[in-house]
Structure formats: structure tokens, C-alpha cells
Design a protein around this ligand. Structure first.
Ligand SMILES: C[S@@+](CC[C@H](N)C(=O)[O-])C[C@H]1O[C@@H](n2cnc3c(N)ncnc32)[C@H](O)[C@@H]1O
Length: 267
């Protein structure tokens, strides 16, 4: 049986299988790749998550012995605004921190003590409430431009200098991500913006984290200018019938995988 470290090294998606998560296969591979690259650069790391629901995206970090602390920020509303739904509302029934902790306890009873939860919006927290600076922060709370910008502001205050801020649902919040990148450029800050597989986007403040991982490097080569042409893709999505769009997406994913395999990258 493989150890958790070996599972992370081989981007083993079964690390996500015990608790449901609103993430696709591609999203999970991307999230694991960030975890793998981070552990190649740091012996130990701290994980911050904004928007945790059942703990699905926390589970690979809970079982990773190199993850020393997990911060989960989630005010647990039963309904939240969402830029993708027609009525702009998304329901989360029985959404509670207690329920998440119980689900995570089943996976690793001795590890749940490393989780610290805040039932607040990140903007209500004082950054000093996080004793350790995270190396990875995942933003997956309210899926609106306003919330993504506000959550990024918080993460940017607390993230380690060489950390990575990851966004889920890139397709919905990409205008906010473009604003964030423009603001970082104006300040002449060094970072690598990278669209990963699925709907994951990451801002790496340490270029070596990307370079240390051939999988991330090959995505970087394929997606280097994606932020520039993404509005066109988004426009295409809004005018094409959904069945055509899904087919195009399917073939694009196949193409990406084959390009990466041809590059002889370790997946
Ligand atoms: C898509 S779910 C998160 C899924 C989780 N990351 C996973 O993959 O398993 C969104 C979560 O965001 C939370 N949420 C809603 N408003 C929020 C806010 N203002 N700040 C942080 N989280 C919020 C909801 O309570 C819900 O648990």
C-alpha cells in the first residue's frame, strides 16, 4: 500500500474519495499538483481554505504528515450568492463546521486537531488570528467577483512570501482574477499566474515551486497567455449550445493530456 507521501507524489486522486467535493477529476489533479510542488519546496506547510463545505478539498492535506496546520474559513450560510446561477443563489443545506469535522474525523481521527475553523467571512478576521503563515491558500467560498477580490485581499495579507494562492471556479470569477493580476503588475510584484487543469487557477509567488514540478511546467508552457485570450473563450461558451461546448471542452482536455504525455512529463 502506498504511503500518503507517495500518493501525493503520483497525484493519486483517491486522496479525494472519502468525502464528496464539488471538484472535477481535472480540478483534483491540479490541487494535488500544487500540494506536491509545495512539499518539494517545503518540508512542512500550512494550508488555508476559504469555503470548505464538507471538507472534501481539505482531505488530502489532513492525511499529509507534512501539513502541520489547516485553517478553514467558512461562515456557513445556508444560501450564498453565486455569479453562475440564474437566480444567483446557491443552497448548502445542513452546512456546519461540526458536520465537516465529524466527516474528517472518520478519515484521520488523530489529525483533526490540526484544523482551526473560523465561522466568519475572511474580511471579518484579523490576519493575526492566523498564527502560522500558509504556503497554500485555496479560495473556494462565495463565487462572486466581489467575494473573490475580498478573499484574495485576505489571503494576500497572510500568505507566506513564497506561497501560492489558488482559486476554484476560474470560469466564473476570471474577471476578478484579471483585476488581481493587473494590480500585482502595477506594484511590480513577481509572481507566476497559471491556469491549471479544470477550473483551477493559481498565483505562485515563488517561481521555483512551478519549476520544481514538470507537470506544472508543462501546463505553464501550454497556458502561458491564457489570461489574455480567455475572454474570447468565455464569449464562445456563451454563444455555443451547451452540448457543443462540452464536446469542445472534452477534446481540449484530451489534447492537453496528450501534449503533456508527449512532453514526457510525469503525471
Ligand atoms: C463550493 S463549496 C466549497 C467546497 C469545498 N472547497 C470542496 O471542494 O469540498 C462553497 C463553500 O463556501 C462557503 N461560503 C459561503 N460564503 C462564504 C464566504 N463569504 N466566505 C467563505 N466561505 C463561504 C459555503 O458555506 C460553502 O461551504
Amino acid at each position: 500500500m502506498k504511503s500518503t507521501i507517495e500518493q501525493v507524489e503520483s497525484l493519486d486522486l483517491s486522496l479525494f474519495e472519502k468525502i464528496g467535493s464539488e471538484t472535477s477529476t481535472e480540478d483534483r489533479r491540479s490541487l494535488l499538483a500544487v500540494q506536491r510542488a509545495t512539499t518539494r519546496r517545503h518540508k512542512r506547510y500550512v494550508y488555508l481554505e476559504i469555503g470548505s463545505h464538507l471538507g472534501g478539498s481539505i482531505q488530502p492535506h489532513l492525511v499529509d504528515p507534512r501539513c502541520s496546520r489547516i485553517y478553514s474559513i467558512d461562515p456557513r450560510p445556508s444560501q450564498q450568492l453565486d455569479d453562475r446561477r440564474e437566480l444567483r443563489v446557491c443552497n448548502y443545506e445542513n452546512n456546519s463546521t461540526e458536520r465537516m469535522i465529524e466527516l474528517l474525523r472518520v478519515i484521520a481521527p488523530n489529525e483533526v486537531s490540526k484544523i482551526q475553523c473560523f465561522d466568519n467571512d475572511a474580511s471579518e478576521l484579523d490576519p493575526s488570528q492566523l498564527m502560522d503563515r500558509p504556503q497554500i491558500a485555496l479560495i473556494d467560498g462565495e463565487h462572486t467577483q466581489k467575494a473573490a477580490l475580498s478573499d484574495f485581499r485576505f489571503c494576500n495579507k497572510v500568505i507566506n512570501n513564497d506561497g501560492t494562492i489558488v482559486f476554484h471556479d476560474f470560469g466564473i470569477i476570471f474577471p476578478a482574477i484579471r483585476k488581481i493580476c493587473n494590480a500585482l503588475d502595477e506594484k511590480n510584484l513577481k509572481y507566476i499566474p497559471l491556469k491549471l487543469e479544470g477550473s483551477v487557477f493559481a498565483i505562485f509567488f515563488d517561481a521555483e515551486t512551478v519549476r520544481s514540478d514538470p507537470y506544472l511546467m508543462s501546463l505553464y508552457i501550454l497556458h502561458k497567455n491564457l489570461l489574455l485570450y480567455y475572454p474570447l473563450i468565455h464569449r464562445l461558451k456563451s454563444i455555443l449550445p451547451i452540448s457543443v461546448w462540452l464536446k469542445l471542452k472534452y477534446y481540449y482536455n484530451l489534447w492537453i493530456r496528450s501534449r503533456m504525455k508527449n512532453n514526457n512529463q510525469s503525471l
